[in-house]
Design a protein around this ligand. Structure first.
Ligand code: ADP
Ligand code: MG
Length: 539
């Protein structure tokens, strides 16, 4: 259910609350701009009113309201392209179930009401006008509209609810607990209070039997300046959205104003989820549009190699109707994604400098996933390399950064040398290492399967090429010993002939010091591990 929010009937309430919240925002702004407008903005709020007998649910706001023209233009006709598209397809859909699915796929704003109601009555009065408007429809293309003399300020939408039916997945929206749950889930961070009158259990004889409750916390944590929010508040929020008991390793707060306005609150967890390396595992960024929850696991916002990052992005100018498909093409989302990636990488780099222990935790939990980025994300390759750590021959107890490696490079050393293999012991015992040891050159010891991939994809770090010590001619001595070549010519010829079925070529090597011979791959051959992998796959 979490993943298909639009096929969820609960979404109607989110749409109506969202419209009400917009109307309250507009009224506040309008009253601010037009001092002559005589409206009451002291108690802007949203009411949910239930009538169990009549089976109605009313969503009421004291916001800006609509003129008669507005109602005709915005509600009465299907001016909005998303809604028009929806209705076109709904008409083509054979049966009611088909139409129901369609409503599910589009977020159709106000018309989502008809997922749960067979009749909707809207009563509204535009701020500053005397007369109001009543509109009523059963959602089948026709409506009635009439003037009303004494409408209260704002808008109320009365839903004549369909019968609750577990089979039809029609919940009972006259139940206070259900409404509270839906509001908590989708609209908790709406900045206006969402109120409801509820029974007061255990009320005394002469006490009122009901009380008015505010259902939402009204706190958009991500919109508040980081300096105002305590670590513990962030941690609570993290636990809530990540379903984790632990504290986050690092909290990242971002915001941008101007053309693309958004806020983001991201968390790097302190441990990897069990499904980090499972296909189809969820990626954890939630998308909000102006405080309104749009979707969980918005994969368009974060690349696969940072799939462990949790958090919320709240974009100001997106439509609530966005679908996962349209999001992928959305320029604003792409821009936000680029910024999130850069910010996360920069944060880890900073962490490395400031808190070695935390960085170590980060790398041991997520390093394998991050290295996938070296293959997937060429644009950020340098930033990713900066946060990587590798085993090396320098110290078996400690990993090194590439920076550290480069700083320790010997005079005359051109490349960053590495060797890939199943485990450290295999690499340590390899004859390929001998000459490098003898010269005091450090060699990176790469034992993760992903290492085979990125070493081919990444050309260099800090102007130094990555060079496998097990591949091709690794020239440690620049001067070629022609005399030796001549001296061993016959021997090499004989040996090449004798081994012609198993090796391509036999040549003199300067890389061995104690072993008499070793087998090397061609510069463009597959690494032995990859070769093994492909063979196992039947290539
Ligand atoms: P959207 O919110 O994406 O524009 P909707 O179908 O939800 O689409 O609403 C259409 C329009 O109707 C809104 O843009 C708004 O102008 C108007 N509207 C809907 N509900 C209200 C309301 N409670 N108060 C004032 N205007 C409203
Ligand atoms: Mg809307």
């Amino acid at each position: 259910m979490i993943h298909s929010i639009y096929s969820n009937k609960d979404a109607f309430l989110r749409e109506l609350v969202s419209n009400a919240s917009d109307a309250l925002d507009k009224l506040r702004l309008e009253a601010y701009r037009d001092k002559d407008l005589s409206v009451d903005t002291d108690d802007l709020h949203i009411d949910l009113v239930v009538d169990k007998q009549a089976r109605t649910l009313t969503v009421r706001d004291n916001g800006i309201g609509m003129t008669r023209d507005d109602v005709v233009r915005l509600i009465g006709t299907i001016a909005k392209s998303g809604t028009a598209e929806f209705l076109r397809q709904a008409r083509e859909a054979q049966d009611a179930a088909g139409a129901q699915d369609l409503i599910g796929q589009f977020g159709v704003g106000f018309y989502a009401s008809f997922m749960v109601a067979d009749k909707v009555t809207l009563l509204t009065r535009y701020a500053g006008e005397a007369e109001g408007t009543r509109w009523e429809s059963s959602g089948e293309g026709t409506y009635t509209i009439e003037p009303v003399a004494d409408a209260p300020q704002g808008t109320s939408v009365v839903l004549h609810l369909k019968a609750a039916d577990a089979e039809e997945q029609m919940p009972d929206y006259t139940e206070a607990w259900k409404l509270r749950e839906v509001v908590k889930r989708y609209s908790d961070f709406i900045t206006h209070p969402i109120r409801m009158e509820v029974d007061k259990p255990g009320a005394g004889e002469d006490e009122p039997k009901t009380e008015v409750q505010t259902l939402n916390s009204m706190k958009a944590l991500w919109a508040r300046p980081a300096s105002e929010v305590g670590e513990e508040e962030y941690a609570e929020f993290y636990r809530h959205i990540a379903n984790d008991w632990a504290e986050p390793l690092k909290t990242v707060q971002m915001s941008a104003e101007g053309t693309f306005e958004y806020q983001a609150l991201l968390f790097i967890p302190s441990h990897a989820p069990l499904d980090l390396f499972m296909r189809d595992a969820n990626r954890g960024i939630q998308l909000y549009v102006k405080r309104v929850f749009i979707m969980d696991d918005c994969e368009s916002l974060i690349p696969e190699y940072l799939r462990f990052v949790k958090g919320v992005v709240d974009a100001a100018d997106l439509s609530l109707n966005v679908s996962r498909e349209t999001l992928q093409q959305d320029r604003q989302i792409q821009l936000i994604r680029r910024r999130l990636v850069k910010k996360v990488l920069a944060t880890v780099k900073e962490l490395r400098g400031q808190d070695a222990e935390k960085y170590k935790t980060f790398w041991s939990e997520f390093g394998k996933a991050v290295k996938e980025g070296l293959v997937q994300d060429a644009d950020n390759r340098d930033a990713i390399l900066e946060i990587c750590s590798f085993d090396s021959t320098l110290d078996p107890e400690q990993q090194t950064s590439l920076r550290g490696y480069v700083e320790r490079m010997k005079d005359g050393q051109q490349h960053i040398y590495y060797m890939t293999g199943d485990n450290r012991a295999v690499i340590e015992n390899s004859p390929h290492l001998e000459a490098f040891r003898a010269k005091g050159y450090e060699v990176l010891v790469l034992t993760d399967p992903i290492d085979e991939m990125w070493v081919d994809a990444v050309p260099e770090f800090d102007g130094k090429k990555f060079q496998s010590i097990a591949k091709g001619q690794v020239d440690l001595d620049e001067a070629k010993d022609e005399q030796k070549q001549e001296q061993f010519k016959d021997f090499l010829g004989w040996m090449s002939e004798a081994l012609k079925d198993t090796v391509k070529e036999v040549r003199l090597s300067s890389r061995l010091t104690t072993s008499p011979a070793c087998v090397v791959g061609d510069a463009d051959d597959l690494a032995p591990n990859l070769e093994k992998m492909y063979r196992a796959m039947g290539h």
